[in-house]
Design a protein around this ligand. Structure first.
Ligand code: PEP
Ligand code: MN
Length: 332
């Protein structure tokens, strides 16, 4: 971090800045006139507190504040889920319905996914819906169905948690999803940091890349190294799509962090017609995985039916996505 102090700063004020820094084990080096380089664990410094010190004019970070999430020496975290490696050379596919609606529905979808060799089944049991009048999910009953299908079909499963008190019910879940709306639910993030199941953290629609990485930092800091980031679209001014898929976030995150990055094209555009092209684009941009909503009968889906890819389309989409992956030296 570099701080600039006023040229009229009194010696006593400069001394108190030095004392403040030294109490935090930070060394201050005068690099030019009234500019100082701060050396040490500067991620512990809160800019607001530094700027509040007498006659500090500005402070600029050089090293990112997300110290555990940031990429050092080209490292890449690989997370093992069943026999799938998330963050390795293969682009992994997670697919399933938006919501678990019944055992029959989830089983019918899982059978088809199994045929396509898809190893990770998604399905929401706790559904954070924008309207309280819309389907809220089967909750614990949904988790029981998910667990049954997981065992019968030998699949790994991912589902969303909405409250830390639900955690004991997630014992059979392989990846715990934090939804976009909960990206900054810090008590939930801390609780997920205190356990070791992989966590898929979705980017909030209004969140900057730094806010997403700082949210992941909570889980890492509390002890869980198994964090997967997910781009799922951010808010824009255009009404044609639900959100805007921030494709640029993919190479950017791959550069800034060692954590695997996956893309959810379904919630981003909210329209099944665009899901296919966004899958190809995401793979081309370097995504480590895709999480896509599929349904055996979208018109009867209890949530997000319009964005669900028809199951029978999935095979040909994956074939093309595989070609894109191979073009950039990866595979699906
Ligand atoms: C979901 O994946 O089911 C979901 C609700 O997504 P998001 O949190 O991205 O809206
Ligand atoms: Mn959905």
């Amino acid at each position: 971090m570099i701080i600039t102090v006023s040229e009229h700063i009194k010696n006593s004020d400069l001394d108190s800045i030095k004392e403040y820094m030294s109490s935090k084990n930070i060394k201050m080096k005068n690099i030019k006139d009234n500019m100082f380089l701060l050396e040490g664990d500067t991620y512990l410094l809160d800019e607001q507190s530094v700027l509040a010190l007498n006659d500090v004019l500005c402070c600029n970070r050089i090293t990112p504040i997300y110290t555990l999430a940031r990429k050092k020496n080209n490292e890449q975290t690989v997370i093992n889920v069943g026999d799938v490696k998330i963050g390795g050379n293969n682009v992994i596919i997670m697919a399933g319905p938006c919501s678990i609606e019944s055992e029959e529905q989830l089983s019918a979808i899982a059978i088809e996914l199994n045929k396509l060799n898809i190893k990770v089944l998604r399905g929401g049991a706790y559904k954070p819906r924008t309207s309280p009048y819309f389907f809220q999910g089967l909750e614990s009953k949904g988790l029981t169905i998910l667990s049954k299908i997981k065992k019968e079909m030998n699949l790994s499963v991912i589902t969303e948690i909405t409250d830390k008190d639900e955690l004991p019910l997630f014992k059979d879940v392989d990846i715990i999803q934090v939804g976009a709306r909960n990206m900054q639910n810090y008590e939930l993030l801390k609780a997920l940091g205190r356990q070791t199941k992989p966590v898929l953290l979705k980017r909030g629609p209004q969140a900057t890349i730094e806010e997403l990485l700082l949210a992941s930092e909570y889980i890492l800091k509390y002890g869980n190294p198994n964090v997967i980031l997910c781009e799922r679209g951010i808010r824009s001014f255009d009404k044609h799509t639900r959100y805007v898929l921030d494709l640029s976030a993919i190479p950017l995150l791959k550069k800034l962090t060692h954590l695997p990055v996956i893309v959810d094209p379904s919630h981003a555009l909210g329209d099944y017609k665009f899901v296919e092209s966004m899958i190809y684009a995401s793979v081309a941009c370097g995504a480590d995985g895709i999480m896509v909503e599929v349904h055996n009968n979208p018109s009867e889906s209890l949530s997000d039916g319009f964005q669900a890819l028809k199951l029978e389309k999935l095979n040909s989409v994956l074939e093309k996505a595989r070609n894109v992956a191979r073009a950039i030296g990866r595979d699906i």
